[in-house]
Write a new protein. Structure first.
Length: 340
């Protein structure tokens, strides 16, 4: 016996922006679960910017994917068959097997999650998952935020950025400024998320837009974008400013090296710290993160928006759309409704 699955494979390394032909849908036969294995039907799966890096031949912080491999990524699903006592049939689980409708894997490679009464399980891919912990660790540990700081976050309407700004506000920032790529996103940041100011980075030089939005300077910068945004933040920093360097999405599709910040000498006089980080190094913060953020979700303090693409067939479009800003909040692909 075997299990019929539908999966998306990487078949060509993108040059610049990924295109549809870089991927291939396949129908595969996976063997029935062996001892200790589970079969998980996908409920929702994540598309994330880091996937773009893993499609390149060159290793960055993580090894690149092989051609002909099924795209990996965060997935929430339900166990539909189990040969493991630890993870019974019916359990809701998270795993990293990615872009497929059914996964067969070792029960040791899934983590069981609880239902979220009144909330979609896909929140485990966003606010209660990797992006949420990234925002938490980056703001509170890496950038050493303290109440009264003025915070600037780039990519502010995305999964990580929208949480960074709200966490900063909820913890007593004196000012929260965000940048994003459309007027609708900028309005959403101010009207719904409580940012003090926001701007569309297409509207002029980022340094000028930031100076107008944060006339008294910034103490913390959470960078999702890099490039011109980083240079602008260095210029806007107050003494002892700290940057959590989380990502540089403005260069993920670049085919030549992007320009560096031209004002690095300002780090000296202002005694600035720019610190890169990977969320995986901060798993010890998971308990305090989950406790606080689920409380904020329950009491309505936090907006956890998603952009949902329906169906496995939409996965490639969802990913390509993510890289060009088609999402507000977390981009997810939903395959099946949450179980009752
Ligand atoms: P996201 O922000 O939800 O989605 C990506 C966003 O990037 C798009 O919505 C788009 O919004 C923006 N973007 C695309 N091209 C851009 C450009 N040229 N200039 C400025 N913005 C651009 O994605 P996410 O999952 O929350 O990730 C955000 C960042 O965090 C990424 O850099 C990612 O690699 C990084 N990250 C790092 C870690 C870590 O451990 N270090 C963990 C998770 C994520 P606009 O409409 O605003 O352009
Ligand atoms: C990202 C998502 C995750 C990213 C890095 C990670 C730089 C790192 C994860 C880890 O290994 O801890 O978008 O971009």
């Amino acid at each position: 016996m075997s299990i019929a699955t539908r999966e998306w494979q990487l078949v060509r390394r993108p040059h610049g922006k990924p295109v549809a032909d870089d991927f291939r849908p396949v129908e595969a036969e996976r063997p029935d679960p062996g001892p200790g294995e589970v079969v998980v039907r996908t409920i929702a799966m994540s598309v994330d910017p880091y996937m773009r890096g893993r499609m390149n031949a060159t290793k960055s912080y993580a090894p690149s994917w092989e051609l002909g491999e099924t795209m990996q990524g965060g997935t929430v699903g339900q166990v539909i068959a189990s040969r493991s006592d630890a993870v019974p049939e019916g359990a809701l689980v998270l795993h990293g097997m990615g872009w497929r409708d059914v996964a067969v894997l070792d029960a040791g490679h899934v983590s069981v999650v609880e239902p979220l009464p009144g909330l979609p399980l896909s929140l485990y891919l966003g606010v209660l998952g990797m992006p949420g912990l990234t925002a938490w660790a980056g703001l509170f540990r890496v950038a050493a935020f303290s109440p009264g700081d003025a915070v600037f976050v780039s990519g502010a309407a995305g999964a990580v950025g929208s949480l960074v700004g709200q966490f900063a506000r909820l913890r007593g920032a004196s000012r929260v400024v965000g940048s994003a790529g459309t007027p609708e996103k900028v309005r959403w940041l101010g009207d719904e998320l409580g940012f003090s100011a926001a701007f569309d980075y297409h509207d002029g030089a980022v340094a000028d837009l930031l100076a107008a939005a944060a006339p008294e300077g910034i103490d913390v910068f959470f960078d999702n974008v890099g490039g011109e945004h980083l240079e602008a933040a260095i210029a806007a920093f107050n003494l002892h400013g700290r940057a959590a360097v989380c990502g540089a999405i403005s260069s993920y599709n670049a085919v030549s090296a992007p320009p560096g910040p031209r004002n690095m000498f300002l780090l000296v006089g202002k005694r600035l710290t720019l610190r890169g980080f990977l969320v995986g190094d901060h798993a010890d913060l998971q308990p305090e993160f989950v406790e606080t953020v689920s409380g904020w979700l329950r009491d309505g303090s936090l907006v956890a928006r998603e952009t949902v693409v329906e169906g496995l067939d939409g996965a490639v479009d969802a990913f390509r759309d993510l890289l060009r800003g088609g999402n507000t909040g977390k981009m997810v692909v939903r395959l099946t409704p949450d179980p009752e």
